[in-house]
Design a protein around this ligand. Sequence first.
Ligand code: SF4
Ligand code: SF4
Length: 551
Amino acid sequence: MKSIKRIGLILLIAGISIFTFSLIFPSYEITDYTVNQHFDPIIDGYQIDLKKAAEEGDTSAVTQAKIKVDSYSALRDRLLTTKGDYGVNFVALSSAIRTQLNEHNEALKAESNWDAVIWDAPRDFAASMMRPAATGPSVEMKGLFLFLTFGLAMIGGLMYILPNVVLMGPPGIKNHHVFHEKATNRGWIGWLVFVWLVSFYILLYFFPDYTLGWVFPTDPASQFLKNQDASRWFLYGLMYCSVMTVMAIRMYVKYRNNRYQIVRTSSVLFFQVAFAFLIPELLTRFNRPSMDFKNIWPLDYDFFFNWNLDQLIAEGTLGVFMLVWGIALIVVAVPVFVYFFGKRWYCSWVCGCGGLAETLGDPYRQLSDKSVKAWKIERYLIHGVLVFAIFMTGVTLYTYFSGVSQVAGVDTYDVQKTYGFLIGSVFSGVIGTGFYPVMGSRVWCRFGCPLAAYLGLVQRFKSRFRITTNGGQCISCGNCSTYCEMGIDVRWYAQRGQNIVRSSCVGCGICSAVCPRGVLKLENGPEEGRINDNPIIIGKEGIQLSTDVTK
Ligand code: SF4
Ligand code: SF4
């Protein structure tokens, strides 16, 4: 069994290493053919618009389409003329393409020819120019490389995990050595994983032109699902589901004595694979607006952006259904379900971010900061992000209905861009997941997620959910506090026999699972008596139960 584990570890490391280095496997050669492959469909599209506008006698649309045709044709000619100087290295190549785009646009801006400016994001533009120009084994044998990366890592991961069914002995949670292992106690392995994750997210979010080498091997899966080549977001979705599947199996093995954990893990895995990945990809295949039906504003922060509203309204019945569904989730599902079940119905059973935290993040849950200072920072930060999200959505809707893009001296699109960069990418991705190995598994859920803040406010003030504590049984071992991923000092409540109704509790149930005395119970019950502050009064005269408890 131990040798199976060892081989599994080797395969896992091999898969991850091949994936990491596949970034540099392709080489790129820009030719007339590849340049035209990029520009022809764009220019053809504007030619069609031009013809249609001419037939309808719409002179302004004719002028606009003509400006675009001329601008894209001029940029294409510029790239065809200069392509010989670009080299094959992807960094230099991308830089050369972006320089051409910038020079083209700068010349137009100098003439105030704003309609002709090509507003494509420079790195996305470079990536789409480079895609048809790629060559090399990972581009020509994509299926093989899909196996050598995702396949090897998944097989290795499972071979490393499954022998634990036997090696761990009888069912029961064993968190042996977590504070002695280099991977789980912020040792060098933890820091290495941290650097890998942070670098991965930075490249994925901000450097689409550098990450093509990662994307190519996932083309066969994308072709199969949606009949088109993969994007970086398809790569991310496939990776997310693969990692969650392997780590969910780890959860089944580790918590196999605990039905709550097994059902909950199956639930988050199902919602991730079906709702966040397969359904949106299939909708794209059938030319429908892509939607993750379980993603709720303000976590789904661009739900009210004008491009999304326009797209949904233009789609007809399905689009209107999506719009109504999204709003119903915010105003009905959140308060009603949180009232009956607490925020756990979403954070621990449905949400994709929570799902990754509960699977990939489980080995790191003990690293969450339990200090009062961290609790203070958490409250300021998470509610600050909620206010930011509400403000952004407010100005967005104002702009949508009034057509005025400046609100109280700020530009709506600048606010959206700032939120997208700071919260949507850096906080939720780079920090939210990248920091697992050093700050615990729920960094984003605890400090940043505006939806968690909204769910938490309802949970704190209007819910039937609580964790009851049978204080007399507590032996103060501290397991519950140690493994609370939200940094709640559960033992403090357990020792006093006080119910836990904290807004941050995601109801993962791990505190209850690791308690050797059965002290903690996640319950939904009547609101009356739910908040039992100070059940034990410690005074000069001794220790006594408060009247609330004795009643
Ligand atoms: S208090 Fe318990 S159920 Fe709540 S988040 Fe912490 S470990 Fe999970
Ligand atoms: S794990 Fe159980 S016994 Fe140990 S401190 Fe927490 S409530 Fe008390």
